[in-house]
Design a protein around this ligand. Structure first.
Ligand SMILES: NC(=O)c1ccc[n+]([C@@H]2O[C@H](COP(=O)([O-])OP(=O)(O)OC[C@H]3O[C@@H](n4cnc5c(N)ncnc54)[C@H](O)[C@@H]3O)[C@@H](O)[C@H]2O)c1
Ligand SMILES: [Zn+2]
Ligand SMILES: [Zn+2]
Length: 375
């Protein structure tokens, strides 16, 4: 079938994207679902910094590619062998498909699925297929999803079925921002009820972590960003203290406010500077968690002895370090009960034709989460 989709042809075009237009909205061909695959109509697709990192070349991917990895949709057609979804079901896309059989999947860590990572790197589906084409040539899939498009054919293992009582533009945010941000808080075990946590980097992912930390009962929630408007937003969502990262005394100020540092500092900025800062504000015996995705060439330097003499822990978190099929329904439940108002993360609802302007707003920080909505 012919669908309209936003195709990235070239990485590293200069901003503003409203002028350079890295994403070209055009007709492409989409094959129907083969064995183990599902055709979905995309309802809403969120703009995430990980898409922006492909556009600006920080995370190189094979091109041409239809971008987009945070979405909700409605099942149109299931391929052979898919017996647990039917037409009309609501689904959320997950940006790492999990095969269910590899070592990490068997150990309950689907975010680290080995075939999932391999196929995401190649830009095909977990089934090894390319379902997107243009003039007979392959167009790559982004994270097995490619949701900046009217429809997508994806592996069944990229989908989580969700209840129909949540609006689809909210459900979309579960696929990346909420799964990653709130997941890092709930699944890591480092942010404890009554404890002191810091969230560094307040985009859609970091602000979802603020919501998670508040829902989880953290007593002190320190929010840090370079932009004052993000700090205001964090306060509305439950931060107890906010600091601007540009303040030269910011480490000392956080340590003073927390009597020596936080139990857990979680970084969602995607820069080594932010990670070093997060490490610096973690207390002796505390844990620093990094979930931002810097350029693969970026290196980190730390005082090695501090890990030992201060019993410090430094760890990463991908896809919220959890189990999406368990966590997405839980987070939707918390939203439904008013305990995690993720609707507040959504600042813009746009059309596919406005997507380049949307990435300008993401890059300059004037938007939090924006979703493209399809009729
Ligand atoms: N681990 C995962 O599974 C996963 C999933 C999704 C996104 N990500 C990554 O998480 C990061 C955040 O994504 P997003 O969509 O929320 O991005 P975003 O652009 O909306 O937000 C990033 C925020 O970090 C702030 N920031 C930048 N440098 C900073 C610094 N030195 N100190 C403090 N704040 C700083 C920016 O002002 C901005 O508000 C990106 O790197 C993205 O690629 C990781
Ligand atoms: Zn994302
Ligand atoms: Zn696996």
């Amino acid at each position: 079938m012919k669908i309209r989709a936003a195709v990235l042809e070239e990485m590293g075009l200069e901003a503003p994207y409203a002028r350079s237009r890295p994403l070209k909205v055009q007709d492409v061909d989409l094959d129907g679902p083969g064995p183990g695959e599902v055709l979905i109509r995309i309802a809403a697709a969120g703009l995430c910094h990980s898409d922006l990192s492909v556009i600006n070349g920080d995370r190189p991917r094979p091109l041409p590619m239809v971008l987009g990895h945070e979405a909700s949709g409605v099942v149109e057609e299931v391929g052979p062998g898919v017996d647990d979804l039917v037409r009309g079901d609501h689904v959320v896309c997950v940006f790492v498909p999990s095969c269910g059989h590899c070592d990490p999947c068997s150990q309950g860590r689907p975010a680290l699925c080995e075939p999932g990572a391999e196929h995401n790197g190649k830009g095909d589906l977990l089934t090894g297929e390319f379902r997107l084409h243009r003039a007979g040539n392959r167009v790559h899939h982004h994270c097995g999803i490619s949701c900046f498009a009217e429809y997508a054919t994806v592996s069944r293992r990229s989908l989580v079925k969700v209840q129909k009582d949540v609006p689809l533009h909210i459900a979309a945010l579960m696929g990346c921002a909420v799964l990653t941000g709130a997941g890092a808080v709930f699944n890591g075990g480092d942010v404890e009820p009554g404890g002191k946590a810091a969230i560094v980097g307040l985009g859609g992912v970091g602000l979802a972590a603020i919501l998670g930390a508040a829902a989880n009962g953290a007593e002190t929630i320190i929010a840090v960003d370079q932009l004052d408007r993000k700090l205001e937003m964090a306060r509305e969502l439950g931060a107890t203290h906010t600091f601007n990262a540009a303040d030269p005394d910011v480490v000392g100020k956080v340590k003073e406010a927390t009597k020596g540092g936080v139990d857990a500092a979680l970084e969602f900025a995607g820069s080594v500077k932010a990670l070093e800062f997060s490490y610096a504000i973690t207390r002796r015996g505390g844990t620093t968690v990094t979930a931002g995705l810097p350029n693969p060439k970026a290196m980190l330097t730390l005082p090695a002895v501090s890990l030992v003499a201060e019993e410090r822990t430094l760890k990463g978190s991908y896809l919220g370090s959890g189990v999406p099929s368990r966590d997405i329904p839980r987070f939707l439940g918390l939203f439904n009960r008013g305990k995690m108002p993720v609707d507040k993360l959504l600042t813009h609802r746009i059309s596919l034709d406005e997507i380049n302007e949307g990435f300008d707003r993401l890059a300059d920080g004037s938007a939090i989460r924006q979703v493209v909505e399809f009729q």
